[in-house]
Write a protein that binds this ligand. Structure first.
Ligand code: GDP
Ligand code: MG
Length: 370
């Protein structure tokens, strides 16, 4: 038919009208009712969305997806915890990160020089590692959260001892709770004469943070990013929590991770990737969003080339055809043609979404005119 009503299309597609209407809304149709008339062209595109009469190859099997969770995670190797520092402005996040960065594994090996790649790793006694995310504004963190991904294993909530709980402290708490990520409280600036640790603790308790001193299980550590006081305790507490969380990942199989940052450097397009599973190596093919890369080289936070990036570490990846977006999932492909096929499929899906939105818009304009 040249034209079809929304309700008839729902029947044709075997969809319940209420659900169909909300799905149409998701496709970009605004204020669409069951009496609305669609052109055959628009209807065909909608039908395609439901898997009918595809005139383009959907190539579902050509996409790359994260592999399913391991059947028995407890048998996998431990990986370093990934930690994000959050808190109110001026409470000392940057100062704490700088202090930790100086104790970074590679910084120590390379004369204290690190470049900003959005994350760095610290080695502690017994060879245990912690990876700290250092992403300004936590943009990637938030975008990954929106996709339901927990890029971080825990949050360090920094509260200045001379300022106590402030709006962004509560904001950070909200994010951590939404992500169901455990927190450790770092009461910072305890070197200051105005420091009032008890007030911070009671303010936290008032805001529902179940801290140790009040019978809860949230650890509280008093630190100073300036003098270094308590910083070793903070690291110990992170390792303790990591042990309780029993953080494990496959070191073999296809690598998976998240794009933390994406920039252009003199060497070319560079993206920092936080590896969550598998091990990434030069020569591997990866896909992120609608772009792919043949990994030309991997570099750590000292800018030194490395042979492999295991789970729980962040690494600079060179070799992108186009810049990937921060927050995109990275999945390794078994070979170049699979990587290209996935990108092609995703591009088609994207374009089709655009076309449907455009046609929906034209349809609405037409119906308004009529
Ligand atoms: P951010 O906005 O959370 O990143 O906070 P900054 O790290 O930029 O710190 C804000 C100000 O507090 C700076 O002037 C720091 O020097 C100061 N500061 C941070 N940590 C401490 C601390 O432990 N003790 C003292 N006395 N000052 C600190
Ligand atoms: Mg800062």
């Amino acid at each position: 038919p040249e034209y079809i009503s929304v309700s008839n299309l729902a029947i044709a597609l075997g969809q319940k009208i209420d659900i169909f209407l909300s799905q149409l809304e998701e496709l970009g149709f605004e204020d669409v009712g069951k009496e609305n008339i669609l052109t055959g062209e628009t209807a065909a595109l909608v039908a395609q969305e439901y898997g009918f009469e595809p005139t383009v190859d959907t190539g579902e099997e050509e996409d790359l997806k994260a592999r399913p969770a391991a059947a028995d995670p407890s048998s996998l190797p431990l990986r370093p915890p990934v930690v994000t520092i959050m808190g109110h402005v001026d409470h000392g996040k940057t100062t704490l990160l700088d202090y930790l960065r100086k104790s970074s594994t590679v910084a120590q090996e390379h004369g204290g020089i690190t470049q900003h790649i959005g994350a760095f790793s610290v080695s502690l006694s017994g060879g245990k590692q912690i990876t700290f995310l250092d992403t300004p504004g936590h943009a990637a963190f938030l975008s990954m959260r929106q996709r339901g991904a927990n890029v971080t294993d825990m949050v360090i909530l920094v509260v200045a001892a001379d300022d106590s709980v402030m709006p962004q402290t509560l904001e950070a708490l909200k994010h951590a709770r939404a992500a169901k990520v455990p927190i450790i409280v770092a009461i910072n600036k305890v070197d200051r004469p105005e420091a009032n640790v008890d007030r911070v603790k009671s303010d936290l308790a008032t805001n529902g943070v179940e801290i140790e001193d009040y019978g809860g299980d949230v650890q509280v550590v008093c630190v100073s990013g300036k003098t270094g006081q308590g910083m070793a305790d903070l690291e110990e507490n992170i390792l303790l929590l990591a042990e309780m969380l029993d953080i494990r990942a496959e070191t073999d199989g296809m690598a998976e991770g998240w794009v933390l940052e994406s920039t252009i450097k003199p060497l070319g397009r560079v993206a920092t990737v936080l590896i969550k599973r598998g091990t990434l190596r030069p020569g591997d093919f990866i896909v992120a969003g609608r772009v792919h890369a043949k990994v030309r080289s991997l570099r750590n936070e000292a800018g030194v080339e490395i042979d492999e990036a295991p789970p729980g570490t962040a690494v600079e990846v060179l070799g992108w055809k186009e810049p990937p977006d921060a927050g995109d999932l990275v999945v390794q492909a078994p070979d170049e043609s699979k990587a290209k096929a996935a990108v092609h499929y995703r591009q088609e899906l994207h374009d089709r979404g655009e076309i449907i939105s455009q046609m929906a818009q034209q349809e609405q304009d037409r119906q308004k005119r009529d």
